[in-house]
Design a protein around this ligand. Structure first.
Ligand SMILES: [Zn+2]
Ligand SMILES: [Zn+2]
Length: 376
């Protein structure tokens, strides 16, 4: 399992937050040229990952609607209210991505995938997105959540082939088992011969003679999954966890997609989070501020005692050290930062008024005299 910080699409494309759609397009074109997997034969998988990210960032930032949503919430897509909702039709499913890949290939290299690539291509299953709600205290120490969802799994009866007993095939009569067919096209330059994937067998070179009765020839079956997900300390609202191979099985025994667990952290009213620190406000009266006191405030783990030193001024910032949030990779917790508001009472009792007048008289004959005189 890998913890993903909220992806910064702007950073991925190397553009500023107020970049125009044209700037985004320009940056994207440069980057896909640079990171095309074919140009990085030595670390192809890294290049592919990078390529995917660039494409994902572009999909969002080039679409004004998606971009607005991303700017506001830090992600795109509709995490469902229901905690174990499986997100279908998310904007980054594998199908879309492949579509995008083809486009890029044809734009920059003047051709699509070769027939050979098509033949060996077993399509990876789609990713699944599940939303999980956690409490603030779960962020402090981490937790474990049970996640239930439905996915496609490779049919065990036919081992994903879709054929009865896994062997009810015959050689494709159209391509004679090669998976590719030649097509002749008359063009401006003369007759051109190109190879394409055989449409009869889909490039596999084989035709199913009898379908697997369990999966109906699709090679995969729906299954309910129940897994325990370890949520590390320090995660943020909108953060995602990726569980490799937790998504749908691919067709034709293709590899599994991933499961993404989107975390929604329930806030404690009145407490905001900013990185590792927690922020809140508290209001005391002027007597407490003048004399100093100890008060109880809401902290991340229940009540906390906050010491107000004598002579505290309005808008003073006090810190409860180490009472903030942890980082996902460990290290010390941040602070809980409290802004102190000082209230001047609008109404006081007769007795309070008498005492206050006495205080005022004393104040005027004491150190404050000069200041008092200055304003006269
Ligand atoms: Zn089957
Ligand atoms: Zn064929």
């Amino acid at each position: 399992m890998i913890v993903l910080a909220k992806k910064d699409y702007y950073e991925i494309l190397g553009v500023s937050r107020d970049a125009s759609t044209d700037d985004v397009k320009k940056a994207y074109k440069e980057l896909v040229k640079k990171w095309h997997p074919d140009l990085h034969p030595d670390n192809k998988s890294e290049a592919e990952q990078k390529f995917k990210e660039i494409h994902e960032a572009y999909e969002v930032l080039s679409d004004p609607q998606k971009r607005t949503q991303y700017d506001r919430f830090g992600y795109v897509g509709q995490p469902q209210e229901n905690v174990y909702g499986t997100q279908q039709g998310n904007p980054f499913n594998q199908q879309d991505l492949f579509g995008g890949f083809e486009d890029i290939f044809s734009v920059f290299f003047g051709q699509g995938r070769t027939a050979e690539e098509n033949q060996t291509r077993n399509i990876r299953g789609e990713d699944i997105y599940v939303t999980v709600q956690i409490e603030t205290k779960d962020v402090l120490y981490g937790t474990e959540k049970e996640v239930e969802y439905t996915r496609y799994e490779t049919c065990q009866t036919c081992h994903g082939t879709g054929a009865k007993d896994g062997n009810a095939f015959k050689t494709c009569p159209k391509c004679h088992g090669t998976g590719v067919v030649r097509v002749q096209q008359r063009t401006f330059f003369g007759v051109m011969s190109t190879q394409t994937t055989c449409d009869m067998c889909g490039g596999s070179g084989k035709i199913i003679t009898e379908k697997c009765p369990v999966c109906g020839g699709r090679g995969r079956v729906t299954a309910k999954k129940k897994i325990k997900v370890r949520i590390p300390a320090g995660v943020e609202d909108g953060g995602r966890l990726r569980i490799s191979n937790g998504g749908h099985a691919g067709e034709n025994a293709g590899p599994y997609g991933d499961l993404f667990v989107i975390l929604r952290v329930k806030e404690i009213p009145g407490i905001k989070r900013e990185g590792r620190d927690a922020y809140s406000e508290v209001t005391i009266d002027f007597a407490q501020a003048t004399l100093g006191t100890e008060i109880e405030i809401d902290g991340l783990e229940g009540k906390e005692t906050l010491s107000i030193p004598a002579g505290t001024q309005p808008n003073t910032i006090l810190k409860l050290r180490g009472k903030g949030f942890p980082y996902p990779n460990g290290g010390a917790r941040g602070d809980h930062i409290v802004k102190v508001n000082v209230l001047i009472p609008k109404r006081i009792s007769k007795e309070q008024e008498e005492l206050l007048r006495k205080y005022a008289d004393l104040a005027h004959t004491g150190v404050n005299e000069k200041k008092h005189g200055f304003f006269r």
